[in-house]
Design a protein around this ligand. Structure first.
Ligand code: MLT
Length: 413
């Protein structure tokens, strides 16, 4: 697999592979020195044409924990402001010698175009209304770790089978909803989208979901309530009468959170608008796993970067399985080659965008190699990564033993 552009690139088996590998990187992240040398010598660029706090920091933290070198591209201080096209920009960056580009762009399809121009791996960090695959992976991981995901390395099991998940709010403009629907249903969950008609896509053909316009009717039946922000920066017209009315009909209010099952989860991709789509009582409820989502995001992105760059390459790295082994190796002065990380036999992704079997992409146009126009307000991200050790409130079941994978050895940096 070379790129991660969409959840359909992975399928159920590929998602399971990422989740298994993530378990190992959660363990790494909990160490006193949360760093392994798996991607030493690799260079990863963040190419963010839209504002972001958590996703960019999460990818950069993940890259650093894998010992990769990182470069950050900032649109406002780059030659983009002088009219440079996306294609010229990425080709210029690639000429410096890079291994992966993490792309966020307001236009659906931009990461796929970048993948067609460069030899480096491309990871979609959110493209317009289209997809945000690593968000979906971290959401699956968070749900799975709370409910005891039935991991199956052969990909035969539907890990979220029997779970009922509601995605509530601005489905129409949400790339998170599109990727989550694809990932949750690939793992066997039942998904209901809950929104007023104005916040649903014009057609739900091809979406494997049921629809409700009444949150109160479904709230007590859910295993997970996944709340979305009103993405006003992508709206060209008023789609809700007022914030107050929206909250009355669709907000996860304190009253509604009281009607959730005792073991239900409250999720949100962030940034949150407290008092609009989610009340503070819901965001801070013990059933909320919102900060765990952020924390798990780092480990999930480590897994994705490792799968794209670390496994199956011609690099042979010394990756001892523990600090003690590292010390022993240092004493002996030898280096053992790492075996590959295990779950690398998932379905290979084509270099071109695959036919999608999840929800159809919105009609956001793919970018040309000309200058891309930005519009609307930037998204306001609010949270930095949080230590999962203080936020994972229920005991997490390990999917695979940490030492099963050679990538989790201690760094000797
Ligand atoms: C996104 O990038 O799509 C966010 O994480 C969700 C949002 O902006 O509301």
């Amino acid at each position: 697999m070379k790129h991660l552009l969409s959840i359909a690139d992975l399928g159920a088996r590929g998602i399971n592979d990422v989740l298994h590998l993530t378990d190992n990187f959660v363990e790494v992240s909990g160490r006193a020195i949360p760093k392994v040398p798996a991607l030493r010598g690799k260079t990863i660029v963040s190419l963010f044409y839209e504002d972001s706090t958590r996703t960019r920091l999460s990818f950069e933290t993940a890259a650093k924990r894998l010992s990769a070198d990182t470069m950050t591209f900032s649109v406002s201080s780059s030659s983009v402001s002088k009219g440079e096209s996306l294609r010229d920009t990425v080709e210029t960056i690639e000429a410096m010698g890079i291994d992966a580009v993490v792309v966020r762009h307001k236009s659906a399809g931009a990461p796929s175009r970048v993948a067609s121009w460069v030899g480096a791996s491309v990871i979609n960090a959110g493209d317009g209304w289209h997809e945000h695959p690593t968000q979906a992976l971290l959401d699956c991981y968070t749900i799975g770790s709370r409910f005891g995901l039935r991991g199956d390395r052969s990909g035969g099991a539907a890990s979220l089978e029997g779970m009922r998940i509601a995605i509530v709010g601005d489905i129409k403009h949400s790339r998170v909803a599109r990727s989550d629907v694809g990932a949750f249903t690939a793992l066997g969950a039942e998904v209901v989208v809950v929104a007023p008609p104005t916040l649903l896509p014009p057609s739900l053909d091809g979406w494997p979901v049921t629809v409700s316009h009444h949150l109160d009717e479904v709230i007590g039946t859910l295993d997970v309530v996944y709340v979305l922000r009103l993405q006003r920066e992508r709206m060209t017209e008023a789609l809700v009468p007022s914030m107050r009315e929206y909250r009355t009909g669709y907000g996860l209010t304190a009253a509604r959170v009281r009607r959730l099952r005792p073991d239900a989860l409250v999720m949100h991709p962030g940034p949150m608008n407290r008092g609009v789509e989610i009340d503070a009582e819901a965001a801070d409820d013990p059933r909320s796993v919102i900060t765990a989502q952020v924390a798990n995001g780092v480990a999930v992105r480590m897994a994705v970067l490792y799968l794209l760059l670390g496994a199956g390459t011609d690099r042979v790295m010394s990756v001892p399985a523990s600090a003690e082994e590292a010390a022993l190796e240092d004493q002996r002065g030898d280096h053992k080659p790492a075996s590959s990380a295990g779950p690398v036999d998932g379905p290979p992704a084509p270099d071109d965008p695959p036919a999608r079997d999840g929800p159809p992409a919105p009609d956001g146009q793919a970018p040309t190699d000309g200058q891309l126009v930005t519009n609307g307000q930037p998204a306001h991200d609010g949270q930095a990564p949080t230590d999962h050790r203080s936020t994972n409130k229920k005991p997490r079941r390990r999917l695979v033993p940490a030492r099963e994978s050679s990538v989790t050895g201690s760094s000797r940096d």
